[in-house]
Design a protein around this ligand. Sequence first.
Ligand code: SF4
Length: 230
Amino acid sequence: MKSSGIKNGLIAGLKKKKDGSYSISIECPSGNVSTNVLRSVTSIAEKYGARVHLTTVQKIMLLDLNEKGGREAMRVLKKSGIPVKSKRTLSQAMVCVGKPYCPLGLQETMPLARYLYDQVSHLEIPPKLKMAISGCPACCSWANMVDVGFVGTRKGFKVLIGGHGGYKPVVGKLLGTVSSKHEIVEVVRKATGIFIAHTRKRGRMSDVIDKLGLDFFKKEIPLSMDKSVD
Ligand code: SF4
């Protein structure tokens, strides 16, 4: 059955916070913000008194809304076609500026992040699965510390899985290397499928790797290995 987008009387995407205020999370695929988003956010902040917060995963959060203002803000955002996080779906990848903007960049990152978002952001997941793309092994966007990360090399990207931050941080494990955006989408689809099939409540990809072994992932997601990558 098609969802009405309304749960407990609230519009999906409009979240009630502990202090009774409401928030909205706007996705910014590829880490870029259009003038359309800027205009709408400015208008909502001025009209409904929202505090505009930039999150650690490159989203825009509108905070301190009351319910009426929140509903109005959702209407404005929807009318402008601005993507609001409203379901437990794959989130945008965190991304650095990459090539040609960073002098150390080995690969372009922002077009890839946009492509990946367009291809997989509809996939529903149990929380939580983070992705990131870095233009070189410096990993400024934490591609080595997320569930599925892509790290730029001279020939493509190395794929790291099972990383995460938190109280007991884990560095992602090398799964192989990829050289095209199509391979990257396939890696994300397959890794997400394994995660959904084998995760427990509140589990992360690293728990699934501990349970099944990295070789299971290498068998299910066969990738080449660029020998110049360590
Ligand atoms: S990860 Fe590399 S390419 Fe990206 S911002 Fe950092 S140094 Fe530059």
